[in-house]
Ligand binder design. Structure first.
Ligand SMILES: NC(=O)C1=CN([C@@H]2O[C@H](COP(=O)(O)OP(=O)(O)OC[C@H]3O[C@@H](n4cnc5c(N)ncnc54)[C@H](OP(=O)(O)O)[C@@H]3O)[C@@H](O)[C@H]2O)[C@@H](O)CC1
Ligand SMILES: [K+]
Length: 561
């Protein structure tokens, strides 16, 4: 589990650390620059001739001469630019040939960035942004690899990128300039904190300058994990790879009274809190705990199916609930579908649930402790049975048709929801239930920090009064109280083959199974989302939804091992 900090929270932590007297802003900036240089050499050891010599490995002669080690650092008008000046100086000290181009007004630089601007000026010229237009940084040595450092804007991005920066970048980016790509496709791009143009809180694209490597500090930010749906690049696409470098702010500082107060003060209104990137690193801890306490009672889940020819989705969900450990799983089927379902199931139980009355009768059995409605259910059946499920106040997952059935009048759903419910909308379902929130989320961003999927999911959960799991490669899970987790299947956890028919039904089943096992709704949603992606990663390409429940035992076994 790791924290994601918004720009405001990061500034508050930095400020508190400086006010405590433990560190100065200048020291933090120096550590940030050192972190970037370290990350570059870790990513591309061939750039670090010194350490290769020290390790006894023969250095790559293409890079050993000062001529060959060249960097172009693009510095912006704030502290991100300040970090850039530090990186330039550190590379220069290691024998690199470094050129710095500055976008901004030196007189207006913040104090620490100004100090580093001066330090660089004492070593070499600071070139103005305009010089970048007339100068081809490559022209004198076509064979040479150039490291381009993007230190234009970081967490302080407030508006769309100036067009001259994008134009300039396209001159550098191999992908944008085919002939550059052919001649020297191996140029490397590094972004400090964020690829400039990515909004740190939302991951939205303000005219992003994509990169190979993004080096951020202390903690990742939501924008590193959220997938933008507008523009060419979102956070994840533009960042490409994110490395977090420690700059000595430490966990002790986060636990510090002053820091906590500063965080609360800055985040009170939006209830920003701390967002966890990956909810549960080892769900086995929870599973074990539960099984110790409730050895003989693993819960009884009920999953309602649709009519004939529409029962597959519910059967997938039921299989998921069973595999994740619900003691018993019953499929509640309309009488007309009974035969179809009976031929297809083995470990699952079957019960006729034709209408509201039959469902009410079934729910008289108090051992039924978790419900799932929606997959393949049909709107009419959903409109009839969802109110019955919600009246019973049981832990309940509402997915698919159980959400869309209320798109005409979401309020009739919201007024019945309670804190034991989990809604699992994908983008379309979310927009049908929360059209105003979705509109705000999808509006082209104009001002940073922009409204994010985290903001939207929190707003939806607060309105619905229950847990909302907003699906996507960047799944966001929020409780009605505003606690929130981002579960992103991106970078080395990407599993694009999970976008297959029926995979959402299995996720609904996983959540239901964990609810039956006694998990609290948000924890059930978080753990299920994590396991769902783990199953997809373990199976790999070629996955179909049926494979997900079947591979789950292997994952759980590995976690226990
Ligand atoms: N917090 C920490 O703990 C640490 C932070 N550190 C570093 O500081 C960075 C944050 O620095 P920062 O706050 O100065 O913001 P930054 O991103 O440099 O930009 C602000 C400037 O850009 C301008 N500007 C904005 N958008 C614009 C646009 N579209 N087009 C044109 N101009 C635009 C904006 O102008 P304004 O909006 O004020 O008019 C202002 O002048 C952070 O990312 C990290 O690298 C590290 O040193 C380690 C410790
Ligand atoms: K940057």
């Amino acid at each position: 589990m790791s924290e994601l900090l918004t720009a405001a929270q990061m500034r508050a932590i930095e400020q508190a650390a400086i006010e405590s007297g433990d560190v100065t802003g200048l020291e933090l900036m120096e550590r940030a620059g050192q972190g970037v240089v370290e990350a570059i050499f870790e990513e591309w050891p061939e750039f670090d001739c010194v350490s290769q010599d020290a390790g006894g490995q023969p250095p790559d002669l293409r890079h050993i001469s000062g001529q060959m080690k060249r960097a172009v650092v693009l510095c912006g008008p704030g502290n991100n630019g300040g970090d850039g000046f530090v990186v330039a100086r550190l590379l220069h000290e290691r024998g690199w040939q470094v050129e710095v181009f500055f976008y901004g007004d030196a007189e207006k630089l913040p104090p620490d960035a100004r100090v580093n601007y001066e330090r660089w000026s004492a070593l070499r010229e600071v070139m103005s942004w305009g010089d970048l237009h007339i100068r081809d940084a490559y022209e004198d040595d076509e064979e040479c690899q150039i490291l381009v450092i993007d230190a234009l804007f970081g967490t302080g991005l407030t508006r769309m990128m100036p067009t001259d920066t994008s134009e300039m970048w396209s001159g550098f980016m191999p992908s944008a300039m085919a002939h550059y790509s052919q001649v020297r496709g191996a140029d490397k791009f590094v972004a400090i904190d964020f690829p400039s143009g990515v909004c740190s809180d939302s991951g939205k694209d303000f005219g992003a300058l994509p990169t190979h490597l993004t080096v951020t500090f202390h903690s990742a930010k939501p924008g590193h994990y959220l997938v933008s749906d507008g523009g060419n690049y979102g956070g994840v696409t533009a960042c490409n790879k994110v490395v977090v470098k420690d700059i000595g702010l430490g966990h002790a500082d986060l636990g510090d009274r002053t820091s906590r107060e500063a965080l609360v003060a800055l985040t009170g209104e939006k209830r920003i809190g701390r967002v966890v990137a990956s909810l549960v690193e080892s769900p086995s801890a929870y599973l074990e705990k539960w099984s110790e306490e409730h050895k003989f009672s693993h819960g009884h889940a009920v999953i309602l199916s649709g009519g004939p020819g529409k029962t597959g989705a519910a059967r997938l969900a039921a299989r998921g609930a069973l595999r994740i450990g619900a003691g018993l799983v019953t499929l509640g089927v309309p009488p007309a579908a009974q035969q179809e379902v009976a031929c297809q199931i083995t470990a699952l139980m079957l019960q006729r649930v034709g209408d509201a009355q039959a469902f009410e009768k079934a729910l008289e059995d108090q051992r039924l402790n978790a419900l799932c409605l929606g997959p393949g259910m049909g709107f009419e059946r959903a409109r009839e049975l969802v109110p019955v499920a919600l009246r019973s106040r049981r832990a309940t997952v509402l997915d698919a048709d159980a959400l869309s059935a209320f798109s005409e009048d979401p309020e009739t759903l919201f007024e019945r929801l309670h804190e034991q419910v989990v809604l699992t909308p994908h983008g379309g379902e979310f927009a049908r239930l929360f059209p105003d929130i979705a509109a705000q989320l999808h509006a082209p961003p104009t001002k940073g920090p922009a409204y994010s999927k985290v903001d939207a999911t929190r707003a939806a959960a607060a309105r619905a009064g229950c847990t909302v799991l907003f699906k996507g490669a960047d799944t966001v899970i929020a409780s009605a109280e505003g606690t929130c987790a981002v579960h992103a299947a991106v970078y080395d956890r990407a599993a694009p083959w999970l976008a297959t028919a029926g995979s959402g039904d299995v996720l609904a089943g996983f959540i239901t199974g964990l609810l039956a096992r006694g998990f609290a709704p948000k924890m059930a949603a978080e753990s299920a989302a994590w396991l769902h992606v783990e199953c997809a990663r373990a199976f790999g390409p070629g996955l179909i939804a049926e494979d997900l429940p079947e591979i789950l035992p292997k994952i759980l076994h590995k976690l226990d091992g």
